[in-house]
Design a protein around this ligand. Sequence first.
Ligand code: ZN
Length: 68
Amino acid sequence: MMCPWCDQEMEQGFLMSSRPVIFGPEERESVLWPRKKGEVELMKLSWTISNIPAWHCARCRRVVAEHE
Ligand SMILES: [Zn+2]
Protein backbone atom coordinates (compact mmCIF):
# COMPACT_ATOMS: atom_id res chain seq x y z
CA MET A 1 0.00 0.00 0.00
CA MET A 2 1.24 3.48 -0.87
CA CYS A 3 1.07 6.06 1.90
CA PRO A 4 -1.81 8.46 1.12
CA TRP A 5 0.16 11.37 2.64
CA CYS A 6 3.68 10.99 1.18
CA ASP A 7 3.09 8.43 -1.61
CA GLN A 8 5.89 6.10 -0.41
CA GLU A 9 5.50 2.32 0.09
CA MET A 10 4.12 1.47 3.56
CA GLU A 11 5.32 -1.44 5.71
CA GLN A 12 2.66 -4.15 6.05
CA GLY A 13 2.06 -5.69 9.47
CA PHE A 14 -0.49 -5.85 12.24
CA LEU A 15 -2.00 -3.52 14.82
CA MET A 16 -2.01 -5.49 18.09
CA SER A 17 -3.82 -5.00 21.38
CA SER A 18 -5.61 -6.90 24.13
CA ARG A 19 -7.60 -3.77 25.02
CA PRO A 20 -10.38 -2.00 23.12
CA VAL A 21 -9.24 0.29 20.31
CA ILE A 22 -11.88 2.81 19.26
CA PHE A 23 -12.08 5.34 16.46
CA GLY A 24 -14.49 8.19 17.13
CA PRO A 25 -15.32 11.72 16.05
CA GLU A 26 -14.51 13.20 19.48
CA GLU A 27 -11.95 12.59 22.25
CA ARG A 28 -13.14 10.77 25.35
CA GLU A 29 -11.80 9.93 28.82
CA SER A 30 -12.48 6.16 28.74
CA VAL A 31 -12.92 3.46 26.10
CA LEU A 32 -15.50 1.61 28.21
CA TRP A 33 -19.10 1.15 27.07
CA PRO A 34 -21.45 2.55 25.98
CA ARG A 35 -20.31 3.44 22.51
CA LYS A 36 -21.24 6.87 21.24
CA LYS A 37 -22.69 7.74 17.85
CA GLY A 38 -20.10 7.56 15.08
CA GLU A 39 -17.64 5.42 17.04
CA VAL A 40 -16.10 2.32 15.48
CA GLU A 41 -14.64 -0.50 17.56
CA LEU A 42 -11.46 -1.45 15.69
CA MET A 43 -10.40 -4.00 18.30
CA LYS A 44 -12.31 -5.62 21.16
CA LEU A 45 -11.37 -6.30 24.77
CA SER A 46 -9.78 -9.76 24.76
CA TRP A 47 -7.99 -12.22 27.06
CA THR A 48 -5.65 -12.90 24.19
CA ILE A 49 -4.06 -10.38 21.83
CA SER A 50 -6.02 -9.25 18.77
CA ASN A 51 -4.27 -8.61 15.45
CA ILE A 52 -5.73 -6.62 12.58
CA PRO A 53 -4.00 -5.95 9.26
CA ALA A 54 -2.27 -2.56 9.23
CA TRP A 55 0.28 -0.54 7.26
CA HIS A 56 2.85 1.79 8.78
CA CYS A 57 4.66 4.79 7.29
CA ALA A 58 7.80 5.56 9.33
CA ARG A 59 8.31 8.83 7.46
CA CYS A 60 4.84 10.22 8.33
CA ARG A 61 4.55 8.26 11.60
CA ARG A 62 1.06 7.12 10.59
CA VAL A 63 -0.74 3.78 10.62
CA VAL A 64 -3.63 2.69 8.37
CA ALA A 65 -5.59 -0.28 9.72
CA GLU A 66 -8.23 -2.60 8.28
CA HIS A 67 -11.11 -3.62 10.53
CA GLU A 68 -14.26 -5.78 10.23
ZN1 ZN B 1 3.92 8.60 4.53
